[in-house]
Design a protein around this ligand. Structure first.
Ligand SMILES: [Zn+2]
Ligand SMILES: [Zn+2]
Length: 272
C-alpha cells in the first residue's frame, strides 16, 4: 500500500524515535528492523545479538557504546579481566571468598548503554524493553549452559514494599517469556517461579555501598518458600545487575539451604 508507506515515511520524519539509551531523537530503522516473532529466524542464536535486537530502540551511538562481556573472564563469577588475552581462570576474589553458586554470566558490562537501558527499564518503566532484554538474556543462557540442565528459573525477589512502589519485579520481567522462546529452540523444560524465593528483610538500596557493607546489608535477607520446594532442583538465578555478587550469593545460600542441587547465576549486566 503506497499510501500507508507514505504515511509511515511522513510519520518517521515528523516523529523520530526517542533513544532509550541517551534520550536523543533518532531515525529508527523502522519496521524492517522490528523482529518478526512469527518466523523461526527470529530465534536463531546469531540473530539474537545486541545490535540486531536493540536496533529499533537505540540510536547508532548507543548501539556502538554497548560493551559485551567477553573472555577472558573469571570462570566462576564472570569478572571480566582487563587483559584481553589469555584463558578464563578463577579470579583472586573467588579464590579468597568462594562463591555459593556454580558460575555467573552476563550479557554486557554495566556501563554506558547497558546502564542507561537498565535505568530506563527499571525506573522509567519502559516496559517495551522487557521483550528484547528477555530475548538477549535468553541468548546468553543458551550460549553458556545446556538448557536441559535446569529444572527451575528463579528471579531474584524484591521486598513487597519495593514491588508495591515499582509495580513490577524487573528480574521476573526478564524471564517471563522464556518458556515460549525455549519452545522455539525445542529445548529446556524448566519452571519459572517467582514464589520460590522471597525477601524476608527490608534492605536499603545497595547502591553506593562497598563490598563488605553490601554483604552485611544483605545477610539473611532471603528465604525459600514453604509452598514451592526447591529440593532436588537445579536452579538458574536471574537478576538485572551483578555488582559485587553479594545479593546472588545470599540467594544461592538460601536456595541450597532449601535442598537445591545447584545454583547458577545469569544477569543482564556485570559491574566492573
Ligand atoms: Zn542513544
Ligand atoms: Zn571470580
Amino acid at each position: 500500500m503506497l499510501f500507508v508507506r507514505l504515511v509511515r515515511i511522513l510519520e518517521e520524519a515528523l516523529f523520530p524515535s526517542k533513544c532509550m539509551g541517551c534520550g536523543s531523537f533518532f531515525h529508527s530503522p523502522g519496521d524492517a528492523a522490528k523482529r518478526d516473532y512469527s518466523s523461526a529466524e527470529a530465534y536463531e542464536l546469531d540473530t539474537m545479538t545486541f545490535e540486531k535486537v536493540m536496533a529499533p530502540f537505540l540510536c547508532t551511538d548507543c548501539l556502538c557504546n554497548f560493551l559485551p562481556v567477553e573472555s577472558p573472564l573469571c570462570s566462576v563469577c564472570g569478572f571480566v579481566f582487563n587483559s584481553r588475552e589469555g584463558d578464563d581462570h578463577v579470579c583472586g576474589n573467588c579464590i579468597e571468598h568462594p562463591k555459593r553458586f556454580g558460575k555467573a554470566r552476563a550479557l554486557g558490562i554495566y556501563d554506558k548503554t547497558l546502564m542507561e537501558v537498565i535505568h530506563s527499564f527499571k525506573y522509567k518503566e519502559k516496559l517495551q524493553l522487557a521483550r528484547p532484554l528477555e530475548e538477549l538474556l535468553f541468548s546468553v543462557f543458551a550460549r553458556n549452559w545446556n538448557m536441559d540442565d535446569f529444572d527451575l528459573v528463579v528471579p531474584v525477589p524484591l521486598h513487597v514494599k519495593r514491588i508495591r512502589k515499582r509495580g513490577f519485579n524487573q528480574a521476573y520481567y526478564l524471564v517471563r517469556g522464556w518458556p515460549e522462546i525455549a519452545g522455539k529452540f525445542k529445548a529446556g523444560n524448566f519452571d519459572i517461579r517467582q514464589d520460590a524465593l522471597y525477601r524476608t528483610a527490608w534492605t536499603e538500596p545497595q547502591t553506593g555501598l562497598g563490598r563488605k557493607k553490601r554483604m552485611e546489608n544483605i545477610r539473611g535477607a532471603f528465604s525459600v518458600s514453604d509452598e514451592f520446594k526447591v529440593t532436588g532442583k537445579r536452579v538458574l538465578l536471574v537478576d538485572d545487575v551483578y555488582t559485587t555478587g553479594a545479593t546472588v550469593n545470599e540467594c544461592a545460600k538460601a536456595i541450597l539451604g532449601g535442598g537445591a542441587v545447584s545454583v547458577d547465576v545469569l544477569t543482564l549486566a556485570r559491574a566492573v
